[in-house]
Design a protein around this ligand. Structure first.
Ligand code: ADP
Ligand code: ASP
Ligand code: MG
Length: 467
């Protein structure tokens, strides 16, 4: 059995939904397929915008977004060319979901407050709508299909907006919900992105989380493979929007894929590889716009034959914080104090670097967290600052991280040198650098404005362009 996930652009309109149904129908001939779908393209963004407008009591903009959401779905439904009774039944289901969504938005509007839990209750509607359109299209392609909401079998923690799956519980529930359908040759069409706590409260796995849903289900059902259908031929050597010569990689290890997505390659949610690696289930990334392309296979297998970086990823909108002072030298516990204070504020750290002089510690956080992190550290180190042991807590903004990833880099000297010379030749200054002990990844902090130039120069230096 294969789990096949289709992203937002793959189901962006009636024609795309029909193309997905065709893909499912053709593969279904050889083995059972469990379908996972995202919300239609742009829908989750529109839901976020509606929820934010509601919380700010901006009724006109809330209603405008709702109207656009309705139009998007109604246009897709009419484009599917269903028989009248089928279309009517589908419209009724969709209307019920929209009524529920409107009620939720009205409540947020009245209270004027949007908790993470309320936001998840709103955001889940994209997938709760799209499963019904895809299910009807698959039925129209001649298969039996049933729409399922994963909230009834993917159990998660209650971290709203970034919930994590409870795999053992989910495995039992998912098998019970899905296996009987497969026995009857019914194709399940499951919501990506969402789950629920054991109290039945809806959660989401974070933006882009449908990829993660697919491997969670793959794990739960013991799938042979998980296929992620998207709008590019596979994972590429760099973001194709940044590097024109970027090309599709045929193979990646779970770790390479995880590092690339962690450092900003949007094609996969960074946690997608976790459930798959636990059960050694290969992941295939494929293009729903070009199904014949072989795609990228992600598995345990490591290819080190390139002895070089394999791909580059970047994350922007970051800030670097540096805690500096001669009084830090040789004093144990400074790092613990820095990161303890930051963690207590729930601020995520993406990158850490410390020179061996121990004269400073630098770390990177999201731009939105930068000012707050500095304030916390100034409070935490007030005594040390008074004693002149620590001189500054400095904030540097508008930065990006660039990561060069590849298993083949391990044990091969000169990789960092090549990166430095590429950046030096193109006049890009490196603000900080870190290398994981796995040697699978070298990451650099640079000015955000230099991102495109930096990625392109390294891409060229490592000859990553199409042969
Ligand atoms: P989906 O809607 O199918 O989940 P996403 O938009 O989330 O698709 O992810 C696919 C997009 O990721 C591509 O269209 C591409 O613009 C972007 N992307 C960024 N980095 C990479 C990369 N290294 N390889 C492939 N795609 C990438
Ligand atoms: N619909 C969700 C999002 O836009 C999840 C996903 O697309 O994977 O973030
Ligand atoms: Mg995605």
């Amino acid at each position: 059995m294969i789990v096949m996930k289709f992203g937002g652009t793959s189901i962006g309109n009636a024609q795309r939904i029909q193309a997905v149904a065709k893909i499912v129908a053709s593969w279904q001939k050889t083995r059972p397929v469990v379908v996972v779908v995202s919300a239609m393209n742009k829908v989750t963004d529109l839901l976020v915008a509606s929820a934010e407008s509601a919380a700010k009591k901006k009724r006109t903009s809330m209603n405008r977004n709702l109207k656009q959401l309705r139009r998007l779905h109604l246009e897709a439904i009419s484009g599917l060319g269903l028989t009248k009774p089928h279309e009517q039944a589908l419209l009724e289901v969709i209307n019920v979901k929209f009524e529920e969504l409107e009620q939720l938005l009205s409540s947020v509007y009245i209270i004027g407050e949007l908790s993470p839990r309320a936001l998840d209750a709103i955001l889940c509607h994209g997938e709760r709508l799209s499963i019904h359109l895809v299910t009807e299209a698959i039925r129209q392609a001649g298969l039996k299909a049933e729409a399922l909401e994963a909230s009834s079998f993917i159990r998660t923690t209650d971290q709203f907006g970034a919930a994590r799956p409870l795999l053992e519980e989910s495995e039992k529930l998912a098998k019970k919900a899905i296996m009987p359908l497969l026995k009857r040759s019914v194709t399940p069409v499951v919501t990506g992105y969402i789950g629920s706590t054991s109290d039945g409260i809806i959660t989401t796995l974070g933006r882009g989380g449908s990829d993660y849903s697919a491997t969670i289900l793959g794990y739960c059902l013991g799938a042979e493979e998980v296929w992620i259908w998207t709008d590019v031929d596979g994972v590429m050597t760099a973001d194709p929007a940044v590097v024109k010569q970027a090309h599709t990689l045929r193979r990646l290890s779970y770790n390479e894929a995880a590092e690339l997505s962690y450092f900003g390659a949007k094609v996969l949610h960074p946690l997608t590889m976790v459930p798959a690696a636990l059960k050694q289930i290969p992941i295939l990334i494929k293009n729903s716009f070009n199904p014949k392309a072989p795609g990228t296979k992600i598995s345990e297998q490591i290819s080190r034959n390139s002895h070089s970086g394999k791909a580059i990823a970047t994350i922007g909108d970051l800030s670097l914080i540096t805690v500096q002072g001669k009084g830090m030298i040789g004093v144990p516990g400074v790092a613990a104090k820095v990161f303890g204070a930051i963690a207590a504020q729930n601020i995520n750290v993406l990158f850490i670097s410390q020179a061996s002089s121990e004269y400073n510690i630098s770390f990177v956080v999201a731009a939105d967290d930068g000012q707050r992190a500095v304030r916390i550290l100034q409070e935490t180190f007030e005594p040390e600052v008074k004693l002149k042991l620590i001189e500054t807590v400095r904030l540097e903004e508008k930065l990006a991280i660039l990561a060069v990833v590849g298993e083949g880099m391990r044990g091969h000297p000169g990789i960092a040198g090549k990166i430095f010379s590429a950046l030096g030749n193109s006049g890009v200054n490196i603000i900080a650098i870190a290398q994981g002990s796995s040697e699978r990844n070298i990451s650099l902090v640079i000015k955000q404005a230099n991102t495109k130039k930096a990625v392109n120069s390294i891409h060229q230096e490592f000859h990553l362009a199409k042969p």
